[in-house]
Design a protein around this ligand. Structure first.
Ligand code: GLC
Length: 580
């Protein structure tokens, strides 16, 4: 992998995932039943035999499909690459393949190759083309991946492998499928469609390392700059893919992509009306951009081949918002402050800081800036020492308006934790984890052992998204070196979240914040609600800290007690200090 390929990947920022296949036709409905989970899992959910599922192909005629229109709408919304499902777990190929007749060109009245049309449309709009390919699971093939049942089932009791047509696991020979279908098809995809920017693998489960390695070697032989996601399995990836709809709590140093849905499903479903707002999608994009991660926003086109009206509305909304902001997003560098700003998302490009304002107070005060400010997007400002004060213009209620700060050179920003405009958001992964002694006498366990029996003595560790998880002991601490330029009182909030929507949130966790001899102790409350349909997230107000002008020290976060299993399973996201 060349550094140029990694840089190009990071520069793209915004991608469009396209989940389109035969599953769009039933759209989650079967014989009067409506499936609850994600629509592209239709065949597994209803345990539909291949013979019956294949009949959808005879009816698949998406006459409204217009690759040019899809890509034009994407490009207008600032999208720089697409990932198209060439073969999902159902095994049906959405491109012209010579390896299997089970494909859109051979089996449907439509008879066209959407991947070819998308390739040409992408070239016209300067959008890169990437492919999703389910390399492990394939329900159409007897030898398709069938993970060990001891791993459990997918949500709503869906089987990972096809055990309804092919119940005898002992007879399955994954190598046959892998060498007979995966290798030749990935060869076709990376040979016949020009430059492919990403190969997007999925559900590696227990795939053996030799297969992940062989696939990687093939990709690197055919197109060395094609980036591979971590779902190839066995550490054979070029970039880390976050979990579905996962956001980040801190900036990361390596290439990352986060796939997300517009409603709850990837593939089209008639009955999923849980659409996110345009504002939520934009926030998702910019909050990832500022943390060095790409956002892969999914669309699930209809069986007729067009986008749903809600998808069109969201894309048009993003296009409106992003029109005069693209230069502050594409090919930008992440937020150069050591912490997330409470009042803005921030990117940098050259000598420019781009602030996407979440709040628009009359004045903004930035600390720790060691470079001369030349202009602030027409706003009046003053600069004294390391402090800049800006009088904000009236943004007339605009959503995340952009304020551009132009410096005389690349802005140098102090990397200490200092409040910015009177607030600090301290991400857990930005702090230092101090491991205590879990078996020593010091720091006795005071956890309700019966309740937290699932994982008692584990040390604090970080989840992929920068949150702290499974913090079930009272001896570890998270520490930040902090400085307060001015005297004042700060409200202290702790953000905690669940990993998925159904996971219960229980605040029976007693936390302590220590600052130069002051201590605040509190259990968790739902003072502020930041929940989405994918996970619960609340901020609890822990108490107040008083600080002197110029006071420096270590802000220490500890767990004092956990009173329930649920409280022990909560992920901790950030500590926020806001000047009263
Ligand atoms: C999950 C689903 C799959 C979907 C993917 C998108 O792995 O199993 O259907 O394509 O998420 O990220």
């Amino acid at each position: 992998m060349t550094t140029t390929a990694i840089r190009s990947f990071c520069d793209r920022k915004f991608g469009m995932f396209i989940h389109w296949g035969l599953y769009a036709l039933p759209g989650g409905r079967h014989n009067g039943r409506i499936m609850e989970p994600i629509g592209e899992w239709f065949q597994s959910y209803f345990r539909m035999p291949n013979e019956e599922y294949a009949k959808f192909a005879a009816k698949f005629n998406p006459v409204k499909f217009n690759a040019d229109e899809w890509i034009r709408k994407a490009a207008e919304a600032g999208i720089r690459y697409i990932i198209f499902t060439t073969k999902h777990h159902d095994g049906f190929c959405m491109y012209d393949t010579k390896v299997s007749d089970y494909n859109i060109v051979k089996m449907t009245p439509f008879g066209r190759d959407p991947l070819r049309e998308l390739q040409h449309a992408c070239a016209r709009y300067g959008v890169k083309l990437g492919v999703y390919y389910s390399h492990h699971l394939d329900w159409h093939e007897k030898d398709g991946g069938d993970p060990d049942p001891s791993r459990g089932l997918n949500c709503n009791s869906m089987h990972w492998g096809n055990d309804w047509d092919f119940p005898n696991r002992a007879e399955k020979n994954f190598a046959n499928y892998f060498h007979g279908k995966v290798i030749p098809q990935v060869t076709e995809l990376l040979t016949n469609y020009g430059e492919i920017c990403e190969l997007w693998c999925d559900c590696p489960m227990d795939i053996k390392p030799e297969f992940s390695r062989e696939l990687r070697a093939l990709v690197k032989k055919l197109q060395p700059d094609c980036m591979i996601n971590s779902r190839i399995g066995n550490d054979c990836h070029d970039f880390v893919g976050l979990g579905d709809n996962q956001l980040l709590c801190n900036r990361l140093q390596y290439p990352v992509e986060s796939p997300g849905t517009l409603n709850n499903t990837w593939g089209f479903k008639y009955d999923d009306h849980n659409w996110k707002s345009t504002e939520q999608i934009i926030t998702q994009l910019i909050s990832l951009t500022e943390k060095n991660a790409n956002y892969l926003m999914n669309v699930g086109p209809t069986p007729e081949g067009d986008f749903t009206p809600e998808t069109d509305r969201i894309l048009a909304g993003i296009a409106d918002w992003i029109r005069d902001k693209k230069q502050a997003i594409h090919a930008s560098d992440p937020n150069p402050f050591p912490l997330e700003l409470d009042f803005a998302y921030c990117t940098r490009k050259g000598n420019t800081l781009n602030l996407f304002l979440k709040k628009t107070p009359e004045t903004l005060t930035l600390n720790g800036i060691r470079t001369r400010l030349l202009s602030a997007g027409g706003a009046t400002f003053s600069q004294k020492g390391e402090t800049i004060t800006i009088r904000l213009p009236d943004f007339h209620g605009a959503f995340l308006p952009l304020l551009t700060l132009e410096f005389d050179q690349e802005p140098q920003i102090r990397q200490d934790f200092i409040p910015q405009n009177g607030a600090m958001v301290l991400g857990m992964s930005a702090g230092t984890i101090r491991e205590g002694n879990t078996d020593g006498a010091e720091g006795e366990e005071v956890i309700d052992e019966a309740a937290v029996a699932h994982k008692l003595s584990s040390h604090v560790h970080l989840d992929r998204d920068g949150t702290v998880c499974d913090w079930n002991n009272t001896v570890d601490a998270i520490v930040w070196n902090v400085e307060f330029p001015e005297k004042g009182s700060y409200d202290v909030f702790l953000a905690t979240q669940t990993r998925w929507a159904q996971q219960p949130w229980d605040g029976k966790r007693e936390m302590e914040v220590e600052w130069n001899g002051q201590r605040i102790v509190s259990t968790l409350n739902r003072d502020q609600d930041f929940s989405t349909s994918h996970r619960r997230k609340y901020e609890s107000r822990l108490g107040v800290l008083n600080v002197e002008a110029g006071e420096r020290g270590m802000l220490i976060l500890r767990t004092l007690r956990i009173g329930s299993k649920e409280a022990g399973a909560l992920n901790l996201a950030s500590l926020r200090l806001v000047r009263k």
